[in-house]
Design a protein. Structure first.
Length: 579
């Protein structure tokens, strides 16, 4: 249920801004207010932002809205809207949007937000009139009606939303126009009424037979109604208007989705023949061939594409074209093809040709991962060490990739050493601290494990997996069970459907002796994600409850899923059950 309690009661919004306090706020039409930053305003602003960091969103939103009213600053009202929206508090967000519009009446974003929130709150009186006013004032009617649809989509009653759109179109005097037909088609599609969507799209196309946008809607919305007819109509449009690039790409995509990959490739090949300067079509064809496992064909198209883009790169000054980025995409796909063809050295060679700055570091990491998959761990580590991240984000990805490689190779102490070093270099990284906690738990260094996981929780109180990991470790060791339950339950509140957290919740309940609740949570976890470790836990609970046959069935399923899982193997050994 959306959280709606705790914010100030809804009040009528005055038609003029509240009088600012003398000598503190200066208002000028069309400008942001000039506010003298008092100690009280600064305290409230800082307090609200600190509350956000601690997860207390509602009090923060209330304080921010109070400040917006006090200072007449539309930026604070917008921030309040964002905070209320983050907790699903539509009424609070609507109040804040009213203040935003009041203090910035010409801001289209503020107006649209208020209308959208009014629709979401079910306040539809005057909504069509307000939307029609915006549509009439806009030069681009199609775009204006698209914005109106975005507002009306917030409504739960789709039929009422559709009726309001029709009313908006009537009031804006657009009935029977191309913009109106396409808007009605889009709204019908959003409501899941594909037959009505197709009817309206066909009206648009009949009104303007050369409209690519209308033809694309006929194809898209017609596929669930009559795929054969829709594809046939799209082909006819493509032949009549060969420059309709987006429609033809959509046609190829739809053909591929229906299983007619050859038809899709034929369409793309025809486009390439008609427009040989459209080099991107080579890459699209290569991608489609790759997805259909036509590896030699895909490779051949990519080599053509690489040749073209290399010529572009050589002919134009460095940085003046997108050739480097295009080549990076091609080399990445060529590397995947080489891997699929069991040629890791060729894959590494292709990746080594990537020099585009935004893709270079990730390519080096992928090279290292390929080497690690070959069992050449020292070479993989050396590759990462020799790479040069351009910023801290890349450095973090490199550290985590290195840790994963070392962990998979069971070099746990080396991985821990690397992560400890990175923890000193990259301050307050929850990813590094969490990974450290997991590795230290594996090495039975429980004190350090708990230290790092609690640091993660302090840095991010909403990080559910840190609560879960710490709670599960306590439960699995059968210590501090009440604390373990509290930690896992907190994780469950944040991510109630997560199968791993459900598994932990079942396991801690089992440790506490509540077998019925344990079975309930473990079954939920196993239904969501049938995995060997969850099967081990569920089977153990069933065995202890006297349901040995059911336990054996679950364990048998677990063995089929992953016979090497250490938890499952240990469980079967303890109960003397053979695989």
């Amino acid at each position: 249920m959306a959280q709606t309690d705790g914010h100030p009661p809804i009040q009528a919004v005055p038609k003029t801004p509240p009088a600012p306090q003398p000598d503190r706020i200066t208002l000028k039409a069309g400008e942001l207010p000039h506010v003298a930053l008092s100690a009280d305003i600064l305290y409230k602003f800082l307090a609200s932002e600190i509350a956000v960091q601690r997860g207390a969103i509602l009090p923060a939103a209330n304080t921010t809205l109070e400040l917006a009213r006090e200072t007449a600053d539309p930026r604070l009202a917008q921030r309040a809207v964002e905070l209320y929206a983050a907790i699903g508090d539509v009424q609070g967000a609507l109040q804040a949007a009213e203040v935003w519009v009041l203090n910035s009446p010409s801001d289209e974003n503020a107006q649209s937000t208020r209308l959208a929130l009014s629709a979401a709150a079910g306040k539809t009186a005057g909504l069509a009139q307000a939307l029609a006013k915006q549509v009439k004032a806009s030069a681009d009617k199609i775009e204006a009606l698209s914005r109106a649809i975005s507002v009306l989509r917030r409504m739960q009653d789709r039929q009422q939303a559709f009726q309001l759109l029709e009313e908006t179109i009537d009031l804006a005097q657009l009935k029977g126009t191309l913009a109106a037909y396409m808007a009605l088609a889009d709204m019908a599609q959003a409501a899941g009424d594909y037959e009505r969507a197709l009817v309206e799209a066909q009206k648009a196309l009949r009104l303007k037979p050369d409209s690519e946008d209308a033809a694309m809607r006929v194809l898209d919305y017609g596929m669930p109604v009559d795929a054969v007819a829709s594809l046939d109509q799209a082909r006819k449009f493509a032949r009549a208007y060969p420059k309709a690039r987006q429609l033809r790409l959509m046609l190829a995509g739809q053909l591929a989705e229906t299983g007619d990959v050859q038809g899709a490739l034929d369409e793309l090949e025809l486009m390439s023949a008609q427009y040989p300067e459209d080099f991107d079509l080579l890459f699209v064809r290569a991608q489609l061939a790759y997805q259909d496992n036509r590896l030699p064909e895909s490779r051949g198209l990519l080599l053509q594409y690489v040749d073209v883009q290399s010529q572009r790169q050589d002919a134009i000054a460095s940085g003046a074209s997108d050739a480097a980025a295009a080549l990076a995409d091609a080399y990445q796909l060529l590397a995947r093809i080489a891997q699929d063809q069991d040629d890791p050295d060729q894959a590494i060679a292709w990746l080594g040709r990537i020099e585009e700055p935004s893709a270079r570091y990730s390519a080096r990491l992928r090279q290292a991962t390929i080497r690690a998959e070959q069992g050449r761990i020292d070479e993989a580590v050396a590759m990462i060490d020799a790479a040069h991240p351009i910023d801290q984000d890349e450095q973090l990805i490199g550290v985590l990739t290195m840790a994963q490689i070392l962990r998979n190779a069971e070099r746990y102490e080396q991985a821990i050493e690397r992560l400890r070093q990175a923890d000193q270099e990259i301050v307050d990284s929850i990813e590094i601290k969490y990974e450290l906690g997991m590795l230290l738990e594996r090495q039975k260094q429980y004190g350090d494990m708990e230290k790092y996981l609690r640091e993660v929780i302090d840095l991010d109180p909403g990080y559910a997996h840190a609560y879960n990991a710490l709670g599960y470790s306590l439960a699995d060791r059968n210590v501090r069970l009440d604390e373990a339950y509290d930690l896992i339950y907190r994780a469950h509140q944040i991510l109630p459907e997560d199968p791993y957290i459900l598994d932990s919740l079942g396991w801690v309940k089992f440790r506490q002796g509540d077998n019925e609740q344990a079975e309930k949570y473990l079954r939920q976890a196993y239904e969501v994600k049938p995995e060997a470790e969850i099967a081990a836990h569920l089977g153990e609970v069933l065995w202890v409850m006297g349901e040995q046959d059911k336990a054996r069935d679950v364990w048998r399923e677990g063995v089929e899923l992953d016979a090497t899982n250490p938890t499952l193997k240990q469980t079967l050994e303890r109960f003397g059950v053979s695989q």
